[in-house]
Design a protein around this ligand. Structure first.
Ligand code: PBG
Length: 329
């Protein structure tokens, strides 16, 4: 039996009917807002390729954290711009490093936000790679101890979750062991498990001042053509002790998000990255698309693909839009 018995349009006739049968219901409760912290006081330096996003000193960051919390967004992920960089990214592990100070300040302000810290070397190395360089190559094993110490310093500062994004092999195991040794056995690890070598990180590298000074990241981040390999990366990170996994970027990898969701029973995150944000912002500024509709469609798509948690620079706008009665997809 088909037409005219079946008329799918019956359930699309009115707003109320569409609301009733909607399969994917987006909400602010799964969003994480990324933020960039820099040295100084009263600093708020706009990132030109990411309208609305800024590098901020701790005092300014706190103000925005209050706003984020008041919008009902459950958490933030923090990236740091250190005072100094060197070959091994040593400032990333200091108790008084930029991210560590920011986390302590957020804790002192008794905000309820879940504070996630990005664990990586690229913002802290003078060459901009995510690991230490030996003989012109990014050395895997020599990087692990530094990453583990960085994660431990974030834990000591009061981070709620650490999120390694460097894509070195074995980093989750190294971090898990270090946390265990220092009585942080309850600290969750959100692994950037399937992180692709992507053109869409361009604006972020301006924001985080982390552009590699030679070569690229293809020897450690994943090849965009590979999806089976993402399942292997996720399986390894879970075996090593990750509690949650992430796929990054989001939009060109919705199929990967879906596969990871179907294969594993852990929370799955997706990072709607800087280049994805910049494209929407640029088109909207030109009047080429309706920003609100485009963003809500993007967030719905990422959630429909299977993401439980979405890291997005649109989080504050989405939260505001979802507060407006009658707003949904
Ligand atoms: C690396 C890191 C990157 C992003 C998050 N963590 C950039 C990179 O791998 O070059 C990208 C985030 C974005 O583009 O929004 N620490």
């Amino acid at each position: 039996m088909s037409f005219p018995t079946h008329r799918p349009r019956r359930l699309r006739r009115t707003e109320a009917l569409r609301d009733l049968v909607r399969e994917t219901r987006i909400s602010t409760t799964g969003l994480i807002y990324p933020m960039f912290v820099c040295p100084g006081t009263k600093v708020r330096q706009a990132v030109s390729s990411m309208p609305g996003v800024a590098q901020q000193s701790v005092d300014q960051l706190l103000e925005e954290c209050r706003e984020v919390e008041s919008l009902g967004i459950p958490g933030i992920i923090l990236f740091g711009l250190p005072e100094s960089k060197d070959a091994t990214g040593s400032s990333s592990t200091h108790a008084q490093g930029i991210v560590q100070r920011a986390v302590e300040a957020i804790r002192k302000a008794s905000l309820k936000l879940v504070v996630i810290t990005d664990v990586c070397l690229c913002e802290y190395t003078d060459h901009g790679h995510c690991g230490v360089v030996e003989n012109g190559e990014v050395a895997n094993d020599a990087t692990l101890e530094i990453l583990a110490n960085q994660a431990l310093s974030h834990a000591r500062a009061g981070a709620d979750i650490v999120a390694p994004s460097d894509m070195m092999d074995g980093r989750v195991a190294a971090i898990r062991a270090k946390l265990e040794d220092h009585r942080f056995e309850n600290l969750p690890i959100l692994a950037y498990a399937a992180k692709y070598s992507s053109a869409f990180y361009g604006p972020f590298r301006e924001a985080a001042q982390s552009t590699p000074q030679f070569g690229d990241r293809r020897s450690y981040q994943m090849d965009p053509a590979n999806a089976r390999e993402a399942l292997k990366e996720v399986a390894l990170d879970l075996e090593e002790g990750a509690d949650m996994v992430m796929v990054k970027p989001a939009l060109p990898y919705l199929d990967v998000i879906r596969r990871v969701r179907d294969h594993f029973d852990v929370p799955v995150g997706a990072y709607n990255v800087s280049g994805e944000y910049a494209m929407v912002k640029a088109a909207a500024a030109n009047g080429w698309l309706d920003e609100k509709r485009a963003v809500l469609e993007i967030i719905t798509g990422i959630q429909r693909a299977g993401a439980d948690i979405i890291l997005t620079y649109h989080a504050k706008d989405v939260a505001r839009w979802l507060r407006t009665p009658g707003t949904n997809m």
